[in-house]
Design a protein around this ligand. Structure first.
Ligand SMILES: C[S@@+](CC[C@H](N)C(=O)[O-])C[C@H]1O[C@@H](n2cnc3c(N)ncnc32)[C@H](O)[C@@H]1O
Length: 264
């Protein structure tokens, strides 16, 4: 199997670092209690076991985020792309493209396309987050001549109406604070999509899913495909970073349903 040198970053790198610190702290504290306190042996053994279990969970969480950069993200992309009809796709937007996972992937999937990425390039949300990294990845994957990136906020996309055949966004809406702002972002994603065009989302905050589906309906988008993420017991939901997030593909109808006020 050909392994790409492209690096698409670790989602929420600070959370990964925090997890590893918490793992080290839990084990160190438990070991200190076990080794240096006069408590009865049974009690010290319980503290050690609890500390080790907590440490293992934190370690697993950190590892999921780090390994997810190679596994889960690519899996998200594959699952989403399977539901997209690539025929005739020429103009693509990746909103919140970061280092270019969907940006580069869509340029490869639609060989006649021109692909645009916009982002605010927040390094707290993605490791190595920069326009340069996205363009490097595009060049590594051999699609540099069809990819462009620019600064832009998903709540006010810098494009005219009906510009793109396909609009994509992965793990971005969950970083937009407030329902009104997320509503505005959904409006923008649909506004720049041409009638009949497709919208593909990878949704991290699936607790907001009903809201997203209702907003898309209001915007005249029919959801054609939805893939749920694997279910995990509470406390282990972070494993979705490894195995994949929910994905949704919708098609914008020929007629808009009437004026929609973002945030309304
Ligand atoms: C978890 S990263 C995902 C990056 C990329 N979509 C991927 O799947 O690898 C979230 C991205 O959303 C971007 N972002 C957050 N808020 C945004 C906003 N209001 N407008 C545009 N991009 C935003 C961040 O800069 C970051 O690149």
């Amino acid at each position: 199997m050909k392994v790409s040198r492209a690096r698409y970053g670790i989602d929420r790198p600070s959370l990964a670092a925090l997890s590893f610190s918490e793992a080290a702290l839990s084990v160190a504290l438990a070991a200190a209690v076990y080794g240096y306190t006069p408590a009865p042996f049974a009690l010290r053994a319980v503290v050690l076991a609890v500390g080790a279990a907590a440490g293992a969970r934190f370690l697993l969480r950190g590892a999921s985020y780090v390994l997810g950069a190679r596994g889960g993200k690519l899996r998200d992309r594959d699952r989403l792309f399977r539901d997209i009809d690539w025929q005739g796709v020429r103009g693509v937007l990746d909103a919140g493209c970061g280092p270019g996972l969907l940006l580069v992937g869509s340029a490869k999937a639609a060989p006649d396309s021109r692909v645009t990425g916009v982002d605010i390039w927040d390094r707290r949300l993605e490791s190595g987050n920069s326009p340069r990294r996205a363009l490097e990845n595009a060049a590594i994957e051999g699609v540099g001549d069809r990819v462009e990136v620019r600064e832009g906020d998903i709540r006010r996309l810098p494009f005219t109406d009906s510009t793109f055949d396909l609009v994509l966004s992965r793990a971005v809406l969950n970083h937009v604070k407030g329902a009104g702002a997320r509503r505005a972002a959904v409006h923008e994603l649909v506004r720049v999509l041409r009638p009949g065009g497709q919208l593909g989302l990878v949704i991290v905050d699936d607790w907001n899913l009903d809201e997203y589906k209702a907003w898309l309906r209001d915007e005249g988008v029919e959801v054609r495909a939805f893939r749920e993420a694997a279910r995990y017991p509470p406390g282990l939901v972070f494993l979705r970073a490894l195995t994949g997030m929910p994905t949704l593909v919708g098609v914008k109808g020929p007629e808009r349903q009437g004026p929609v006020t973002p945030g309304g």
